[in-house]
Ligand binder design. Structure first.
Ligand code: NAG
Ligand code: NAG
Ligand code: NAG
Ligand code: NAG
Ligand code: NAG
Ligand code: NAG
Ligand code: NAG
Length: 430
């Protein structure tokens, strides 16, 4: 109910802006008048805000700007830049701005449409990720679709998996309108999109632990606390594994709650619990076991293709002056400097576990033809507390609460897809 009324409202807003009320009642004189006014305004705008006017979805222009070199028939162009660490770098100012807007992309969910929900500052859109040793090419939807022609890519995990997929959907929409095969308005379901021209399929599977889990219900109400079977894979995504060519995992946030952990049907401990005689394992070991189970599933799958698996590392929540429910928020409009980033504590430990587990999977899986790569975004996103919806996430029932976990669309999360494309492109060459 709630979400369908959101959508109606969004549709209504959208229709309002699409309708050209302006010209429908105009005669020639008024058109001339308004054109002159607009031209004058635009001139002033150019003079005073030269940095802010570069929104365009003209892909041609961006192709020229971008130095993207496509692999020629898989032939390696053994440039030293193909070896540089994409994830060590900094954000540098980029006057071009994003490749899509909330007008050009029709699939931005209300909660991520920060401008629709009243966000006013736009500086946060004018940064690009610059690896220290090389350039990260601007996202190129045509290149992406031509590499992934006939393929199926699945995002699996929590709502940040979905946030990532939604960014990709917007970036790809600049060249082809996706067709919804299976759509859902709620966050906690799965969706399938198709790009018919290139026969590319994009999927997202909601699986907040990757393994099986049951939410505990006390006196008839859901608790947000789960019983997790760390060695039993969540069939929701694993049963579709045979059709997947690319899988991108996103998982961590849900582990840091009070949970009971099971292995081989035996209670092995818990996360954040205070029960007598129960081993407290913490979120880290649980997360590690869940990833291990997911990668084992891929590496032992008999009727699967060669799967290209990526793990997107932890994207930390960035509440300041409190937690989400104790008045915390994220209203920064500036970046955190590289040398101010804290490479320690929970965020960094979580990332470390993920880095270690993808390395283990690679060792076990690559000889059978599977590929494992990391999208190591933790450090770069720690610099971007300015990229969250904050209070601009359009939830009237939770007025005053902030979202400092997900990312505005457009926004810094779009860089994840530039990294995704570059990582895939590099592996095509080898
Ligand atoms: C493209 O490459 C040329 C030559 O390597 C360089 O001078 C130019 O700055 C690059 N452009 C961009 C947008 O990276
Ligand atoms: C590519 O680069 C690697 C490492 O720098 C080098 O060992 C190899 O010979 C190069 N291959 C070609 C074809 O240039
Ligand atoms: C797009 O953002 C602008 C503010 O920048 C807002 O006024 C408009 O309603 C939004 N449109 C859509 C379709 O989201
Ligand atoms: C689309 O790709 C799938 C998987 O590669 C293939 O089975 C199917 O025949 C393709 N369809 C078209 C219309 O090319
Ligand atoms: C469940 O409800 C009963 C009766 O209302 C109450 O006595 C009990 O404390 C409740 N249990 C929990 C865990 O809240
Ligand atoms: C916890 O373990 C100790 C030692 O095994 C035992 O004496 C005690 O009764 C246990 N407590 C509970 C609540 O099970
Ligand atoms: C940002 O939030 C802090 C408290 O969290 C508040 O003191 C400050 O005034 C806010 N700034 C703006 C521009 O809203």
């Amino acid at each position: 109910m709630k979400s369908s009324s959101y959508c109606k409202e969004q549709q209504h807003q959208y229709n309002f802006f699409k309708k050209d009320t302006f010209l429908s009642l105009a005669n020639t004189t008024s058109i001339l008048f308004y054109t002159t006014c607009l031209a004058t305004l635009f001139t002033f705008y150019l003079i005073y805000y030269p940095i802010n006017i570069t929104y365009t979805s003209n892909i041609q222009e961006y192709n020229q700007i971008s130095n993207f070199t496509q692999p020629e028939n898989g032939k390696s162009n053994n440039k030293s830049s193909d070896k540089c660490d994409l994830f060590k770098g900094q954000w540098i100012q980029d006057e071009r701005g994003p490749l899509y807007t909330n007008y050009s992309c029709k699939t931005i969910p209300l909660q991520r449409n920060c401008f629709l929900n009243g966000r006013k500052d736009r500086d946060f859109l004018h940064w690009k990720w610059k690896p220290d040793q090389c350039e990260l090419p601007r996202f190129n939807a045509e290149t992406f679709l031509s590499i992934l022609q006939g393929r199926t890519m699945a995002f699996v995990g929590d709502s940040l998996a979905r946030n990532h997929m939604e960014s990709l959907l917007c970036l790809l929409s600049t060249v082809e309108t996706p067709k919804a095969i299976q759509e859902d308005k709620e966050e906690d379901k799965s969706a399938i999109w198709e790009f018919p021209k290139q026969n590319f399929t994009l999927m997202v599977f909601w699986s907040q632990f990757l393994v099986q889990s049951t939410e505990k219900v006390i006196n008839g109400s859901a608790t947000g606390s789960f019983e997790i079977q760390l060695d039993k894979i969540d069939k929701k995504w694993s049963k579709k594994l045979p059709i997947m060519d690319y899988v991108i995992f996103s998982d961590a946030h849900w582990f840091s709650r009070e949970h009971d952990l099971y292995e081989d049907d035996k209670h092995i401990g818990c996360v954040y619990c205070q029960k007598p005689n129960v081993t407290v394992l913490g979120p880290g070991p649980a997360l590690r076991k869940a990833f291990r189970a997911a990668f084992k599933e891929i590496n032992s799958c008999k009727n699967c293709k060669k799967v290209f698996t990526m793990l997107r590392t932890f994207s930390p929540s960035q509440f300041e002056n409190g937690e989400w429910n104790t008045g915390g928020g994220c209203n920064r409009t500036r970046l955190v400097e590289r040398d101010e980033v804290a490479r320690e504590g929970y965020d960094w430990e979580t990332r470390k576990i993920q880095v270690e587990e993808i390395a283990v999977a690679r060792k076990l899986g690559e000889k059978s033809g599977n590929k494992f790569e990391i999208l190591d975004v933790t450090e770069m996103m720690l610099m971007r507390p300015d990229g969250h919806p904050g209070v601009h996430w359009g939830n009237r029932w939770m007025n005053g609460y902030s979202d400092c976990i997900h990312w505005c669309l457009p926004g810094p999360i779009d860089a994840w897809n530039e990294l995704l494309l570059e990582v895939i492109r590099r592996r095509q060459l080898t």
